[in-house]
Unconditional design. Sequence first.
Lengths: 266, 234
Amino acid sequence: MLDLAADRHAAAVPSPGLLPRTDSPAVVLTDVRKSFGASRVLNGVSLSIPRGNVTCVIGPSGSGKSTLLRCINALTPVDSGSVLVDGIAVHDPALDKLALRRRVGMVFQQYNLFPHKTALENVMMAPIHVLGEDREEVEARAVALLSRIRLLDKAHSYPGALSGGQQQRVAIARSLAMRPTIMLFDEVTAALDPVMVKEVLATVRDLADDGITCILVTHEMGFARDVADQVCFTDQGIVVEEGPPEKIFTNPDDPRTRDFLGHVRF
Amino acid sequence: MIAGDGDAVGVLATIWKWAPLIGRGFLLNILISVLAMAMGTVAGLALGLGQIAPYAVLRRPAQIVTQFFRNAPWLVLLFYCILLLPYQMTVGDWTVPMPAWIKATIGLALPVMGNVSEIVRGGIQALPQAQWDSAESLAFSRRQTLWMVILPQAIKPMLPPWMNLYAVLIMATPLASIVGVEEAMTLTRFALSAENRSELLLPMYLALLVAFFAYCYPIARWTARLERRFAVKH
Ligand SMILES: Nc1ncnc2c1ncn2[C@@H]1O[C@H](COP(=O)(O)OP(=O)(O)O)[C@@H](O)[C@H]1O
Ligand SMILES: [Mg+2]
């Protein structure tokens, strides 16, 4: 286990001005639809994610899971329906995308670190250039984050010199340096070998312990069962079924969920 | 020997005699090429960024201008600049003379601009979309993403085609002799008419070819080396 409890002020607690209201859900999707040309990818997704929860989104490949996540931080604009994130109307054409993305971090399957910057620079860039924070303050925070993911010795390495698991942890640290209140993870362990999967999932679990709202698209059913507060099964662009992991994994209502779970390993 | 054995020494001596003058002309070729490359690169970068602009009002004109200057004969563009540009330009209280070689430089900068624009567009679009996604997820603005994330990565693969373009440009600078610029080609012709010996024709032009080759070949080798180095993706 990583000691993420140490220095939790550095990454987990949002600055006071950004403290969200705790009564409303962190993310609410209502009848969200999205097509790419003729292919209808999201066909009316409705979903509510309570603050501080870990939600795992599972489902067959091509069912629109990535698109769903990308609609939450406005990387993909929705066609219709509403997306509320920390009370921000993401579907509004007048949306301030940058304000939204300062609160919502996202980590991708392929890490996507900036290859021309060291690990430390990757972590420091956004707080300095986007939030306009003081370089020394940011550096202290970045160093704390790197030591939390036990990669301080790699601070000055370029991404090309890091293993997949190390790159992915740096990518998580890079997002955390922005002190997001919500984190989106899109199959962040899919490209990793089993040992690295464990490291990365341990990092995610500790974020959840820190109270950051986490939404994960994942094929790690064991992780979903052990850590998720809520599991959500998608198929063909709709949320077929959602509920606590005990319910979804042991006694799902929908035959499609049962069929899908019958085909995956734990 | 091209000029017959008995004359070989005499021919070499004549070439040697004119070498300082033609050499100065060659420096003008280099100056024109460097200036045209600089102007064409700055303008081409702007145009290339215009080509990937999210707004069609910027993108369409940038695409049209790029295609126009990429697909126009260099010599015709050169003639246009010589004919269209004034002999002098007045900027406020300043009057800047516009000699033919400056006009020729501008004329050569135009096709460079069109080609650089395409190099920039291609270099940027060759980068994975994922780099844009992750920068935008970190709340970088489009402009920040471009300058801090995309361009620094795209610049390396852009270098070899950019250097190739420079080699094409330096070899196109003798076109300026057609519009009366006193560069190496013009001065070689001047020397030949002063000497008025037909056996000098081929050796003198050969000397000019050798000068261009000596200048371009190292650039070509260096370009090839960079190409090989960047072929291995990060
Ligand atoms: N930018 C895009 N343009 C066109 N089609 C897309 C785009 N993004 C996703 N799709 C299509 O949408 C469908 C769902 O994709 P995705 O959301 O990535 O599913 P998942 O993550 O569940 O595998 C796929 O058929 C995919 O080809
Ligand atoms: Mg996906």
